[in-house]
Ligand binder design. Structure first.
Ligand code: ASP
Length: 587
């Protein structure tokens, strides 16, 4: 028998028992008259004691055990004289009577402790060692619990778990597909699903009524920070359902997960329209852990010969509470920050509302005290506050101020870990006009239904009307992260055809790519809708961490590579021939 207990289990109550443990040598400290080994397994760490007095042969053997050797020991549980109360097993130790070396280990390339000296690349290359570290191991356990609890909740609500295929057909809409050549069908390719969207809708036509799947999705996008080419969704669809019922069901799931996994009670989720979110926060996924809402100053700011404001479509500011003591140097640095290409603002105007009641702005040349007082009144600034103002073209300026708001939130310590602020953002636009491509794109995806009241306008609206159509689409946002998104779907062939037409598909293209779905709509498709949660992101947000990578057992790096198995890789000539493929060498 390898073990009677785990390394996280023994307590004072076990004193005097003969036990057997197995695990990895974390540290080996030889003090001459005694040697201490910390033995680690998934469950914890237990201290082993060897001494020449008790058994000299064992003591000599123990000195040869290096870090990460795998050993099994039997011995007696005894009380520790100097206790370590930070460790669950810290009151006891094992007086070893038998030692078996199960395997040796090379010296690990980084320390396997909570704080490691290993950089990202080396940790990824030896991910199996990285996963031995508690923080990453605990993330895996957290993720597993979340998946198990998700299944429990959805099963209790009559959801059926169905697997949908991974080898499907490529469609140009959405992100780029990963493709897989078909050996049996020379010159033809499968694509890996970006999501099971059309399949889950077909399951509703099939009458399954409530579907879910915890499923891998694949998107061949340029990897921005914290994106993975393969990621996991909690994917769901429901039939005979209204938007509000879907929101209630998944608000329920979210609250249940926070309660069972984190023991955190979430309040009811507020709802905010897309337009309101943009107006108040410049973002469709506002972080509601703090206020600092946008305040429009356009009317007050114009007509004072300050060209920047006079020529701007929008002048808008935020009030950073208690920050009037920002120094000139800090403000210059903040100005450089907003001017970086990633943000792209042309400049930053500020106004300090000093504690003594005086007002001082970076544009005093153009604005007198009365003007500044009016700004303060409009933004609700009090003595001690700092107002930060951006101006320019409306859409861009809102985006830039959103970035600045988030940056100020970070600097002021307002994004508190453990503080969770969920939000439903609803009523997204149906279509988004792309100036470069001169065509509409679906803001969510082409299967999303317009709001009922907007259907007549969708059928015969002009360009501007089309831009203003609202969709029955919604996102779940927590602390500024998009956790999930979904919509009520079109379930009628004619309306789906119309939508494809607006999206620039010819009838042939629509039929060729999505004929199977529109065909299914002709056989009694029920009204339906659904949602998908980003499972990796949900894990990270619930844990108060910013990176999804540490919640994925074997993630890819920023170049989309798995550096452990060294993928992607070339395939040999025979394989290529079998697939009727020729590879052009990259220049
Ligand atoms: N399939 C959608 C997505 O991946 C989610 C949904 O509409 O249910 O974003």
């Amino acid at each position: 028998m390898y073990r009677t207990h785990t390394c996280g289990e023994l307590r004072l109550a076990n004193i005097g028992q003969e036990i057997t443990l197995s695990g990895w040598v974390q540290t080996n400290r030889d003090l001459g008259a005694m040697a201490f080994i910390d033995l680690r397994d998934r469950y914890g760490i237990t201290q082993l004691v060897f001494s020449p007095e008790i058994n000299d042969e064992l003591y000599q053997q123990s000195r040869k055990l290096g870090r990460e050797f795998v050993i099994s020991v039997s011995g007696l549980v005894r009380e520790r004289s100097s206790k370590n109360l930070n460790r669950s097993t810290g009151e006891i130790e094992i007086e070893v009577q038998k030692l078996t070396v199960l395997n040796s280990s090379k010296l690990p390339p980084f320390t396997i402790e909570d704080e490691t000296d290993g950089g990202d690349d080396i940790r990824m290359k030896y991910r199996y060692l990285d996963l031995r570290r508690s923080p990453i191991k605990n993330n895996m356990i957290f993720r597993s619990n979340l998946a198990i609890e998700t299944r429990k909740y959805l099963a209790a609500q009559q959801f059926v778990e169905v697997e949908t295929p991974f080898l499907i057909k490529s469609t140009p809409e959405g992100a780029r597909d990963f493709v897989v050549p078909s050996r049996m069908n020379p010159g033809q390719f499968y694509a890996l699903p970006q999501s099971p969207q059309t399949f889950k809708q077909l399951l509703m036509v099939a009458g399954l009524d409530r579907y879910f799947q915890i499923v891998k999705c694949f998107r061949d996008e340029d990897l921005r920070a914290d994106r993975q080419p393969e990621f996991t969704q909690i994917d769901c669809e429901m039939a005979f359902i209204t938007r509000d019922q879907i929101l209630e069901t998944f608000e329920g799931l979210t609250k249940y997960l926070f309660k069972t996994v984190l023991d955190t009670e979430l309040p009811d989720f507020p709802r905010m329209s897309y337009d309101e979110a943009l107006r108040r926060f410049g973002s469709d996924k506002p972080d509601l852990r703090f206020g600092m809402e946008f305040c429009e100053l356009t009317d007050l700011a114009k007509g004072k010969d300050f060209v920047v404001f006079d020529s701007a479509e929008l002048v808008v500011g935020i009030c950073a509470e208690g920050q009037a003591n920002y120094t000139r140097k800090q403000l210059d640095e903040l100005t450089e920050w907003v001017k970086r290409p990633q943000i792209g603002a042309k400049g930053l105007v500020y106004m300090r509302y000093n504690e003594d009641g005086t007002l001082k702005s970076s544009v005093d040349k153009f604005f007198g005290e009365e003007d500044l007082k009016a700004w303060a009144a409009k933004t609700g600034a009090k003595p001690g506050d700092l107002i930060l103002i951006l101006a320019g073209e409306e859409e861009k300026t809102r985006k830039q101020l959103n970035e600045l708001r988030l940056e100020m939130g970070r600097r002021m310590g307002l994004m508190k870990p453990g503080d969770f602020k969920p939000l439903w953002v609803i009523d997204f636009p149906l279509l988004e006009w792309d100036e470069d491509a001169q065509r509409f794109f679906a803001m969510h995806h082409p299967f999303t239904s317009p709001k009922k009241d907007d259907i007549p306008r969708m059928l015969d609206g002009d360009h501007q009307t089309l831009k203003n159509l609202r969709a029955d689409a919604y996102d779940l946002v927590i602390n500024g992260s998009e956790i999930g998104g979904g919509s009520i779907r079109i379930h009628d062939r004619a309306l789906q055809e119309k939508n494809f037409k607006l999206l620039g598909f010819t009838p042939e293209q629509a039929e060729n790519q999505f004929g199977f779905l529109m065909g299914a709509f002709e056989y009694g498709a029920p009204p339906h809708g659904g949602i998908a949660f980003g499972f990796d992101r949900l894990c990270a947000v619930m844990s108060g961490q910013s990176s999804i990578r540490d919640f994925i057992a074997f993630p890819k790096n920023n170049q989309g590579r798995d550096v452990m198995i060294d993928a992607p890789a070339e395939i040999d000539g025979g394989q290529l021939e079998e697939l009727f493929l020729e590879v052009k060498k990259a220049e």
